[in-house]
Design a protein around this ligand. Structure first.
Ligand code: PEP
Ligand code: MG
Length: 549
C-alpha cells in the first residue's frame, strides 16, 4: 500500500514505525473541590509553569550548542518565555478564581492565547501549535500523566506523529531517528523546517498514515512524497539504490559546482546566523548566497545596534576569506514581522510594507545596517556582496545601490521577488551590480498564492512556466549587461529545477547546505545543452501539471 504526503528533501529511509504517545485528554470542566483554595491552586500552576519554562530553556541551551539542532534554540527560548508570560498567568488565575481545576484553568488560559495567535494567521498561526504543546506539558505535570513527546526506543525507528512541536524535534535522538512522518503539517511547519535543516528524511501532511500500526515496516521516500507500507523485495532494492545514489553524490563534496562540460555554477549556502557557516563549509559551499539577517533579530523589540550587527557580520565573513558572501538587508514583514520595523494591523501584510519598503521608512535602521556591513567588510577578507529584499523596479534598485556605494560597499544588488522587477529587468541590469532571485516570493506573487497557506500550497512551485519566464527575463537581462544573476529561493535546492535554472542562464545557486550534494551531482551529470533543453521544455509548461498534481 502507498500513502502520499509532502516530502521534505529527497532522502529515502527504510524502517519500522514508532508512534508518538497520544495527546492528553481535555481536562474536565467540573469545578475543583472547594477544599482547594485559589492561592494554593495558583501557586501549583505557577510552580509547574516555571518548571516547564526552565526545561524548555535548558533544551534551548543544549540545542544552541548542538550542531544538529541549533535552529531549534531560538524557538525553544521563545516558548520558554511564553510559559511564564504574565498575561497568560493572569488568564489562568481568572479561570482559577472562577473555581476551575488547575489543569482546566491551564487548558483554558493557553487556549485563549492559541486562539489569538491563530487569528493572526500565517506564521503566527503556526506558532499556536507550539504554544499548545507548552500547555500540554504543564497539564501532564499537574495531573501526573506521562509527558507527551518522543517515545524512547533502543532500536532505530521511523517516527509517526500527528505533528511535531519544536521541543519534540529538538529532543529527537538522531542516532535512532531514520525518518519522520507527520499526519498534519505543511511544508512550512516546524517539522518540515527543522527536518530540512537537520537532514532528516521526512514526509508531512500524510493523513492516511494515521492508521499505521506500531512496528509496521515502511519505505519513506521524500523525493516522491510516498510511504510504502510492507514493501516488496524489489521495492526495498530500489530504496537501497536510491541511498547509494546519495552516497555517490557525497563523493563530489568539496568540488566546485560545474556542468558535465565544465561551466562553473557557484554553489552557495543560505544561512540565518553566523554559526550556520559550519554546515555551509561541511557541505562544500563555495560561499554564502543568502544571509537572512532578520532571523537574528526575530525576538528583539528594539533595533539592533551597529556594534552588535558588525560583530555578527564579521563573524560570518571571517569564515570565508576570499570567498563570496551575500548578505541581505533586514527583510521584515508578512510572515517575518520584526517588532521594531513592521507596522501592526495591516489587513494584507504580504502586500504591505515589507523588505526595502519598510527600511525606506526607517532610514536610521537602514543606515545603521549599511554602516555595520561596511565596518565588518573592512575587518575581514571575504568578498562581501550586499542586497536589498523586495525591490520592485530600477528606481528602487538605484536608490539602494546608491546608498550602498556611498558607504564604500563594492557589490550592491537587489533581490528579484516581485514580478514587476522581472518586467523591468533590462533597466535594473543597468543600475544594479547583481540580482539574486528569491523564487519563494516570486512564485507567491506571480501566482497570487500565499506561501504560508496549505490550501494554495499546490501553486508553490517554480516549475510554473510563468515563474520560469520571469526568471528568464532576468537572466537574459543579466547576460546581456554582464550582470551576475543567482537564485537563492527553494527552487535552487531542487536538483532538477536547479538544472533548468542553469539552462535559463543563471550563474549561481544558493540553498540550504544539505541540498548541495544532490544539486552538485545533478549538474555534474548534464551538459549546458541538456540544461537548456530541459529549460525550454519547462518554459512551455511541460512539467508544471505533473509538479502540481
Ligand atoms: C525568497 O523569497 O525566495 C527568499 C529567498 O527570501 P525568503 O524566503 O527569506 O523570503
Ligand atoms: Mg523572500
Amino acid at each position: 500500500m502507498n500513502i502520499s504526503g509532502t516530502g521534505i528533501g529527497r532522502g529515502v529511509a527504510v524502517g519500522n514505525i514508532l508512534r508518538m504517545a497520544p495527546a492528553l485528554e481535555v481536562p474536565s470542566d467540573q469545578l475543583r473541590p472547594s477544599t482547594i483554595e485559589f492561592e494554593s491552586a495558583s501557586s501549583d500552576v505557577r510552580r509547574v509553569l516555571q518548571e516547564v519554562s526552565a526545561d524548555l530553556q535548558k533544551r534551548a541551551d543544549q540545542a544552541q550548542h548542538s550542531k544538529e539542532s541549533s535552529d531549534a534554540a531560538p524557538i525553544l527560548a521563545a516558548l520558554s518565555q511564553m510559559a511564564t508570560d504574565p498575561a497568560l498567568g493572569q488568564s489562568i488565575d481568572t479561570a482559577l478564581q472562577g473555581g476551575k481545576s488547575p489543569e482546566r484553568a491551564v487548558y483554558e488560559g493557553f487556549n485563549e492565547f492559541e486562539d489569538k495567535l491563530r487569528a493572526l494567521g500565517g506564521y503566527m498561526a503556526e506558532r499556536a501549535n507550539d504554544l499548545h504543546d507548552v500547555g500540554q506539558r504543564a497539564i501532564a505535570l499537574l495531573t501526573n500523566s506521562p509527558m507527551p513527546g518522543i517515545p524512547q526506543s533502543d532500536t532505530p525507528f521511523i517516527l509517526l506523529a500527528d505533528d511535531l512541536s519544536p521541543a519534540d524535534t529538538a529532543a529527537l535522538d538522531m542516532n535512532k531517528t531514520l525518518g519522520i512522518i507527520t499526519i498534519q503539517g505543511s511544508p512550512t511547519s516546524h517539522t518540515a523546517i527543522l527536518a530540512r535543516s537537520r537532514g532528516i528524511v521526512a514526509i508531512v501532511g500524510a493523513e492516511q498514515a494515521a492508521n499505521l500500526a506500531n512496528g509496521s515496516r515502511v519505505i519513506v521516500n521524500a523525493a516522491t512524497g510516498t510511504i510504502t507500507v510492507d514493501p516488496s523485495d524489489e521495492e526495498l532494492q530500489q530504496a537501497e539504490l536510491h541511498k547509494q545514489h546519495a552516497a555517490h553524490a557525497r563523493l563530489l563534496r568539496g568540488k566546485p559546482g560545474s556542468t558535465k562540460d565544465g561551466r562553473h555554477i557557484a554553489l552557495l549556502a543560505n544561512v540565518a546566523k553566523p554559526e550556520d557557516a559550519d554546515a555551509a563549509l561541511e557541505y562544500g559551499a563555495e560561499g554564502i548566497g543568502l544571509f537572512r539577517t532578520e532571523f537574528m533579530f526575530m525576538a528583539s523589540s528594539t533595533a539592533p545596534s551597529v556594534e552588535d550587527q558588525t560583530k555578527a557580520y564579521a563573524k560570518l565573513l571571517a569564515r570565508f576569506p576570499g570567498k563570496k558572501v551575500v548578505i541581505r538587508m533586514l527583510d521584515a514583514g508578512a510572515d517575518k514581522p520584526l517588532d521594531f520595523l513592521t507596522p501592526e494591523n495591516e489587513p494584507n501584510p504580504a502586500l504591505g510594507l515589507r523588505g526595502l519598503r519598510t527600511l525606506r521608512t526607517h532610514r536610521q535602521i537602514l543606515d545603521d545596517q549599511l554602516e555595520a556591513l561596511a565596518r565588518a567588510d573592512a575587518q575581514t577578507d571575504a568578498d562581501l556582496w550586499v542586497m536589498a529584499p523586495m525591490v520592485a523596479d530600477e528606481h528602487e534598485a538605484e536608490y539602494f545601490v546608491t546608498l550602498g556605494k556611498a558607504r564604500g560597499l563594492k557589490q550592491v544588488g537587489v533581490m528579484a521577488e516581485v514580478p514587476s522587477i522581472a518586467l523591468m529587468a533590462q533597466e535594473v541590469a543597468q543600475v544594479s551590480d547583481f540580482v539574486s532571485i528569491g523564487t519563494n516570493d516570486l512564485t507567491q506573487y506571480t501566482l497570487a498564492a500565499d506561501r504560508t497557506l496549505a490550501s494554495v500550497g499546490s501553486y508553490q512551485t517554480a516549475w510554473h512556466p510563468a515563474v520560469l519566464r520571469a526568471i528568464k527575463l532576468i537572466a537574459d537581462a543579466g547576460n546581456t549587461h554582464g550582470m551576475p544573476v543567482g537564485v537563492c529561493g527553494e527552487a535552487a535546492a531542487d536538483p532538477d529545477l536547479a538544472l533548468a535554472l542553469v539552462g535559463l542562464g543563471v550563474n549561481s545557486l544558493s540553498m540550504t547546505p544539505l541540498a548541495l550534494d544532490d544539486v552538485r551531482a545533478n549538474l555534474a551529470g548534464h551538459t549546458v545543452q541538456e540544461a537548456q533543453d530541459l529549460a525550454n521544455r519547462a518554459l512551455s509548461g511541460e512539467f508544471y501539471p505533473t509538479a502540481r498534481h
